[in-house]
Design a protein around this ligand. Structure first.
Ligand code: TXA
Ligand code: MG
Length: 319
């Protein structure tokens, strides 16, 4: 059921149930981090492998030391600058955080979401919320309450409605290794923005099979139709002549009879707007009768880098 009844959401979470909940990035499947029952339900509902840990959502910066210890100076700078917001910090975990949340890792991922409904909900609870994105394992992340409802139907007692997610793409995950600052997952805050605050950062090596890489299993965020990522859309259209083609473009549109549908992510060429429209566009293409999706490669800077990362993962062949 989609509803905006926060009181009901509070009651369900206190009863160790889980709900779909809105954040500024994507919708999450939320439960009490201290409830074994809720956490089990999250893993089961999402069909998430148990080695893949969950993000902890807190309501205020003062609560950070309840879940993490030995917080590096640069983490504090980033938290002050970007929270509430789409930044997740990987920090040494506090002993009280259940191992099930961190999948046995010594680190905990934590953030404060910047969404009025999420914050209001968190303020009415005396525990943080664990929440992975509210999509079945390896499918496209949800950016509206309807997406969540379509995925899980009656398996969820409630999807708390917070409208369409403004950022529309997941949080940026940043970790610390001695003096090194590492982006583990590109996201709604660009590498450039992070570097403006704390100096040079490295990107986690895109080694696809690195089991450590958070949520970064190579095939992820995937639509049902096979997706091809290219710098030369026209050439690919020719290659797939005879097929029903869906196009996913940055600014311009292509006139071509083979193209059944096409979506420009930002006609004005704004990368932030493009990022916020990406998943909704992939969800929409999933409902079309098409054989292939041809996606245009984005400029590899700012949020273009995040968009390319997601498109690359979406393009990995089915297996
Ligand atoms: O924007 C977001 O981050 C959304 C909203 C709901 O907050 N959440 C989200 O969660 O994207 P999820 O679970 O779909 O992706 C979080 C990633 C996972 O791939 C997981 O592997 C990684 O974060 N992660 C979580 N805890 C970790 C830890 N302790 N060490 C390494 N990676 C971790
Ligand atoms: Mg996810």
């Amino acid at each position: 059921m989609i509803s905006n009844d926060i009181e009901l959401a509070v009651d369900l979470l206190k009863m160790e149930d889980i709900i779909g909940f809105p954040t500024e990035t994507v919708y999450g499947l939320a439960g009490n981090i201290y409830s074994e029952k809720a956490i089990d339900t999250i893993y089961r509902t999402k069909q998430r492998p148990s080695f893949n840990p969950l993000i902890v959502h807190i309501k205020k910066i003062e609560d950070l030391n309840k879940v993490a210890i030995e917080i590096p100076e640069s983490a504090k700078i980033l938290a002050k600058k970007f929270w509430p917001g789409p930044l997740t910090l990987l920090l040494k975990k506090h002993a009280s955080v259940p191992d099930r949340i961190t999948a046995g890792k010594p680190t905990v991922a934590v953030r404060i979401p910047n969404h009025p409904v999420a914050l209001s909900l968190l303020h009415q609870l005396d525990f943080p919320l664990a929440a992975p994105s509210a999509n079945p394992f390896s499918s496209i992340s949800p950016t509206s309450a309807e997406h969540v409802q379509n995925y899980f139907g009656d398996k969820l007692k409630m999807v708390l409605d917070g409208g369409v997610c403004k950022a529309g793409i997941e949080s940026t995950i940043v970790g610390f290794d001695d003096d090194e600052i590492i982006i583990y997952r590109l996201g709604a805050i660009s590498k450039e923005e992070i570097e403006n605050s704390v100096g040079p950062v490295s990107l986690l090596n895109k080694n696809e099979n690195a089991p450590e890489a958070p949520g970064m299993l190579s095939r992820h965020y995937a639509p049902k139709s096979t997706l091809f990522l290219t710098t030369n859309v026209l050439e690919k259209i020719k290659l797939f002549s005879g097929k029903k083609i869906g196009l996913l473009l940055f600014k311009k549109t292509e006139k071509n009879p083979a193209v059944v549908c096409q979506i420009s992510l930002s006609p004005s060429g704004n990368l932030q707007e493009a990022a916020s429209n990406l998943y909704a566009a992939l969800h929409e293409l999933d409902t079309m009768q098409i054989d292939v999706i041809i996606a245009e490669r984005f400029p590899d800077n700012d949020l273009g880098r995040t968009i390319n990362d997601r498109l690359e993962r979406a393009s990995k062949t089915h297996n």
